[in-house]
Design a protein around this ligand. Structure first.
Ligand SMILES: [Fe+2]
Length: 251
C-alpha cells in the first residue's frame, strides 16, 4: 500500500536523502553492526537472520530504505517508510495498519553507540525490519496497528502497548531446546541482549494474561521477558486481545 492514503501520518513523512550520509556515518553503522552481529549469529532467531538476508542489509553501509522496501514488498507487502521522528499514536497505528513501518533516517553518533533516547535508523531498520519479511509476524503487526487505530481508550491502549513491548520490542522465541531473541530492543542493544543471554533476566513462556499484567519499565534492564513457541502464538494473542478490547475486559 502506498502512503497516499495516510492522513494522521502525512505531516511526518519525509524522503531519505541517502547521498547525504557521510563516510563517518557509514563507519558508525559498520561499528554498530560489528559489535552485535557475532552475538546475534548465536542468539538471534533464525527468522531474524533470514530476514536480514532477505531485505539485503549490509554490514558496512547504511540501508537505503527504497531498496529495503523493494525487497520486502513482494514478500509481505511491508515498506520501511521514512519519517521525521517520533510519531503520535494515531499516526503510528495508521502507518502499521497500512504496512508502512515508520522509520527514522538519522543515525546516533559514535559517542552514543549503546543508547539513544529516541529510535534511530539502526534501531528501526537493523532492529525491526528483518522480522517484517516473515509472513505471520507481518500479518500480526498490521493487525496490531489496525486494532489500536480504532481504540481511543488510553487504558486499553496502554495494555495493548505491553503486548507490543514484550513481542515486537523485547520478544524471545523457543527454537528447539534453545531460546532466541527477535525483539528489536534486544537485537539492537548490546547491553539488553547480554542481559538476557547472560542469564540475568527470567524468561517465562509467553502468556497473554501475564504479558498484559506486566507493566513496561523503560529505565532499567529487564528482569522478566517472555518466549513464544512460534509466531502463530503472537498472532493468536492479538486476536484474543482484540476480543477483550471489544468486550471491555482490557480496561
Ligand atoms: Fe522499536
Amino acid at each position: 500500500m502506498t502512503t497516499a492514503t495516510l492522513s494522521f501520518a502525512a505531516p511526518y513523512l519525509i524522503q531519505q536523502n541517502y547521498s547525504a550520509y557521510t563516510e563517518e556515518q557509514h563507519s558508525v553503522w559498520a561499528e554498530l553492526v560489528g559489535r552485535v552481529l557475532p552475538e546475534l549469529e548465536r542468539h538471534a532467531s533464525r527468522t531474524y537472520l533470514e530476514g536480514f538476508d532477505i531485505i539485503g542489509l549490509q554490514r558496512d553501509r547504511l540501508p537505503n530504505l527504497q531498496s529495503i522496501s523493494a525487497r520486502l514488498r513482494p514478500r509481505t507487502g511491508w515498506n520501511s517508510t521514512p519519517v521525521s521522528g517520533f510519531l503520535p499514536a494515531p499516526a503510528f497505528f495508521e502507518m502499521l495498519a497500512s504496512r508502512n513501518f515508520p522509520t527514522t533516517t538519522w543515525l546516533r553518533s559514535r559517542e552514543s553507540l549503546e543508547y539513544t533516547p529516541e529510535p534511530d535508523i539502526f534501531h528501526d531498520v537493523f532492529g525491526h525490519v528483518p522480522m517484517h519479511a516473515h509472513k505471520v509476524f507481518a500479518d500480526f503487526l498490521e493487525r496490531y496497528g489496525r486494532v489500536c487505530a480504532a481504540i481511543s481508550n488510553a487504558a486499553v491502549l496502554e495494555k495493548l502497548g505491553r503486548l507490543f513491548w514484550y513481542t515486537v520490542e523485547f520478544g524471545l522465541i523457543r527454537e528447539g531446546s534453545e531460546t532466541k531473541v527477535y525483539g528489536s530492543g534486544l537485537i539492537s542493544s548490546h547491553g539488553e541482549c547480554l542481559n538476557v543471554v547472560g542469564g540475568h533476566c527470567a524468561i517465562h513462556d509467553f502468556s497473554l494474561d501475564e504479558v498484559l499484567a506486566t507493566p513496561v519499565k523503560v529505565d532499567e534492564l529487564h528482569k522478566l521477558l517472555f518466549a513464544v513457541s512460534s509466531f502463530d502464538q503472537i498472532y493468536e494473542a492479538m486476536h484474543q486481545a482484540e476480543k477483550r478490547a471489544l468486550n471491555g475486559s482490557l480496561n
